[in-house]
Design a protein around this ligand. Structure first.
Ligand code: GAL
Length: 816
């Protein structure tokens, strides 16, 4: 028991001391007591565990996120056909400039009491990046190459009860295995599962809702019960359904006798079912109880919802019979400065921010997401397109998924569907993004193979894919075999393709790819599809985008004018690590500019453009800031994102005129613009009028003075004492009057006092190579975020921020 801490030892014991009804399943979260080393070792060495060079880590763990950043680390000489490259060229920062490549080993002890030796033992991994090899007591138990797949191995035959077992995991990330940051290591949860020989299989339930009326809902529950005893067993399955208040609303039971695994199918009738939708995401829970010889031997929970989906080629998408335009965003899996290591609160915060914008859907580009993301989308009411692959057989990266496709694609896709099929939030399965097989005569066959897997495993949801080379995807038959045809960046061709292919159900699987740096404005203000500035930033006037993309406005007009489109998924909701277009070849950038929200989770101006178009909340947003000592007397255009019918602008009290949106012109259809305002210090003010011409809201921005102090604002002043919850504290440098200093780049030092820790700092500046794990960082456009964590004991913590010539600021976070 050298390496297992007393605390988790007690936890293990307490599980087994609790009286159980029979021997029900026991699930142990294996988050603590792991050892990690980042290097290759031989298995013999690995068994000689106590050599002191291992570090203690908690799972989820991303070994690369603390850096250091180094642009040599992921330098690639590569031709990116999708970006229009004619020849290979140097790429930097493409995967985040973080040390994610290499080999790492993890190990920890596992112990189960001797009187459990009649049980089965499984290990479940939600995701290991990548090429996981799992060893138990020195024996290779199994491997899983794809870093995004969840998987489980049966440990029973090699497990010794009543003594310590050594679980070891080897991880290997090859160079050039991805186009974006992957993270590194055991970055999603791990569980040890101990069950009776007869138990519900891994992902063994499949709940569908074949009938829904306001009076009655039918939940069809298929349950695969494993019988590993190889004896003839009389198995009684009691399936109960509970509503969101914990009240039992249905129960059905059946008995079957077999020596083998048994599939049960039961229909549960629920009166007056409450529907799941994006506003009121009501969930139900199926509790499956397995009895053998009248003794309860397994209990398994599955959450589900009642909702209907319809995708119509003429009228778009319907949720529960009501038309709903998909207002979606693509999201990579990293959590910015926290890396790939999944965290419930960080994921929840992303969804909160997106929902606040009016976003109703996420595309898990371009790979299986965390389980947490789907649980949260179920709970919070967010639709999801689950995507499986970014590559098939024709690779985009030399060491990408193309290496595994032949052997693993069917297993990876099937497992993904089994894992995610009960989530009501999931509305479609994407078999891939921008596959190079679009250009290949064989492409249609592979698309057919994958789409058939989707239909076989889940007849209730459509298959889809994201096509950037849509003409080729159509010519080679890929578009014909998916149920929903996703176009990436084809705003100019939706209408024509609909005429050519009236049976296609079309939508924008990836749209816009506008780029912006929070709080940075470039002059003159103009639409720019090849932005490049020597500070490696891009303009927040939201008219900069990549050559294959468009402004948000261009896509809006297509969506507004074409009822047949299901909607769009914007590239991207949040900035992510890697792919720093347009500065991917030798700049210091290491993260994207595509996000509507920056890497720290701070809103860019674009957030309000989407909010004004997507949400019903009143929106009145003014840009740019009004601190331009270098532009006195020069033109500084002012723009407003709003859903009010009329807005008037005042500069130092003088009206610059009222504006209404003008649908005849591309930009003024969605924004109000005052293009010839000359800068003078002071104040700019917007006054919004309702449809009765009554002034109803004002927005004022003032020229900021000298930086004076830092304002600290926590998204949560109270967090849970579970050692996992987080508070995201926004740090804003303000002048003596409380105005944010919008061009400030002060170095701030952040300290957490008490029993807590500073998890990360992030300012949203894609060019900043300061480690996220550092306790100091410069503000970017006057702001940054400190991510703070408490311990697992209820003790308040204090965040203290200081900086040169700034008054020190403090904020208490209650940990309870
Ligand atoms: C798309 C691709 C995305 C991202 C995006 C940037 O072509 O699917 O992964 O690279 O371009 O605009």
């Amino acid at each position: 028991m050298n390496a297992i801490s007393v605390r988790s030892w007690l936890l293990v014991l307490s599980f087994f001391c609790t009286p159980l009804q029979g021997k029900d399943r026991v699930v142990l979260q294996l988050d603590k007591d792991w050892k990690f080393i980042k290097k290759e070792i031989s298995l013999e060495q690995e068994m000689n565990l106590d050599n002191g060079s291992w570090s203690n880590v908690h799972i989820p763990h991303d070994w690369a996120i603390e850096g250091p950043f180094n642009l040599n680390q992921d330098m690639q000489f590569v031709k990116v056909i999708e970006d229009g490259d004619k020849d290979a060229r140097l790429r930097t920062g493409r995967t985040g400039a973080l040390p994610a490549t290499g080999i790492g080993w993890y190990w920890r002890l596992l112990h189960l009491p001797a009187d459990y030796s009649d049980q089965r033992v499984y290990i479940e991994f939600d995701g290991v990046m990548s090429n996981a090899q799992v060893y138990l007591n020195g024996k290779l138990i199994g491997q899983r190459p794809y870093g995004y797949s969840s998987f489980s191995f049966d440990l029973t035959d090699h497990f010794s009860f009543g003594t310590n077992n050594v679980l070891a995991v080897r991880v290997e990330n090859k160079p050039e295995m991805s186009r974006f940051y992957t993270g590194a290591g055991i970055y999603r949860p791990v569980r040890l599962l101990c069950t009776s020989p007869v138990h519900v299989a891994h992902w063994g339930t499949n709940v569908t809702t074949p009938q829904i009326t306001s009076k009655k809902g039918v939940a069809n529950v298929k349950t695969l019960v494993k019988n590993t005893s190889h004896k003839e067993e009389k198995i009684w399955l009691l399936t109960e359904v509970y509503d969101s208040h914990g009240k039992r609303v249905a129960s059905v039971s059946n008995t079957q006798t077999s020596r083998q695994d048994i599939q049960f199918e039961q229909n549960c009738m629920i009166n007056n079912p409450m529907l799941w939708n994006v506003e009121t995401p009501t969930l139900y829970t199926v509790v499956s109880k397995v009895y053998v010889n009248n003794e309860l031997c397994d209990t398994y929970h599955t959450s589900f919802g009642f909702r209907t989906l319809k995708f119509d080629k003429d009228k778009g998408f319907f949720l529960n019979g009501e038309r709903l335009k998909i207002k979606g965003v693509c999201m990579h899996h990293d959590l910015g400065p926290l890396g790939a290591a999944v965290n419930w609160r960080a994921t929840e915060r992303q969804i909160e921010i997106l929902k606040d914008m009016g976003c109703n859907a996420i595309r898990t580009s371009h790979n299986p997401s965390s389980v947490e993301l789907l649980d949260l989308c179920d709970k919070m009411g967010m639709l999801v397109q689950v995507e499986a692959f970014d590559e098939w057989k024709l690779g985009k990266c030399v060491n990408g998924y193309n290496l595994f496709f032949d052997q693993w694609a069917e297993t990876d896709l099937t497992d993904l569907i089994h894992r995610d099929r009960n989530h009501p939030c999931v509305i479609m399965w994407s078999i891939g993004n921008e596959l190079r097989e679009q250009n290949d005569a064989n492409g249609g066959k592979i698309a057919r193979f994958l789409s058939d897997i989707v239909h076989r495993e889940d007849p209730t949801r459509p298959s889809t894919a994201g096509f950037n080379n849509h003409w080729a995807a159509i010519a080679n038959g890929l578009a014909d075999v998916v149920d929903l045809v996703g176009f990436n960046y084809k705003h100019f061709d939706y209408v024509h393709q609909r005429k050519e292919h009236p049976d296609y159900i079309l939508y924008g699987s990836e749209t816009s790819s506008a780029v912006s740096s929070r709080g940075i404005y470039k002059f003159p203000v103009k639409e720019n599809w090849e932005p490049w500035y020597n500070d490696y930033q891009v303009s927040s006037y939201d008219m900069d985008y990549v050559p294959w993309g468009s402004t948000p406005d261009t896509e809006f007009s297509q969506q507004d004018d074409n009822e047949f489109l299901l909607g769009e998924f914007v590239w991207t909701g949040f900035d992510y690590l890697g792919e720093p277009s347009p500065y991917g070849d030798g700049a210091s950038s290491r993260s994207s500019y595509f996000g509507i929200v920056d890497l720290a989770g701070l809103k860019k101006d674009r957030f309000y453009l989407y909010q004004s178009q997507w949400s019903d909340k009143p929106v009145l947003h003014i840009m740019p800031h009004w601190t331009w000592p270098d532009r006195v007397g020069q033109i500084v255009p002012i723009q407003c994102y709003t859903n009010y019918p009329k807005v008037e602008l005042f500069v130092n009290g003088v009206s610059m005129g009222g504006k209404e949106k003008d649908p005849t012109s591309k930009f003024t259809r969605y924004r109000m613009m005052w293009d010839s305002v000359k800068y003078e210090p002071g104040e700019i003010k917007l006054v919004a009028y309702d449809s009765f011409n009554k002034a109803c809201e004002e927005k004022v921005v003032r020229t900021a003075g000298r930086p004076y102090q830092v304002r600290l604002t926590a998204d949560k002043n109270r967090i849970k004492a579970d050692g996992k919850d987080l508070s995201f504290v926004t740090l804003e440098v303000i002048d003596e009057n409380g105005n944010v200093c919008p061009r400030d780049a002060s170095m701030l030092f952040v300290k957490v006092v008490g029993n807590g820790s500073l998890k990360a700092l992030c300012n949203g500046d894609a060019t900043d190579l300061t480690s996220f794990a550092s306790n100091y960082m410069r503000t970017f456009s006057g702001k940054m975020v400190a991510i703070v964590q408490g311990a697992d004991t209820p003790e308040d913590i204090k965040v203290v921020v200081s900086g040169e010539r700034l008054k020190t600021s403090e904020l208490v976070i209650h940990v309870e």
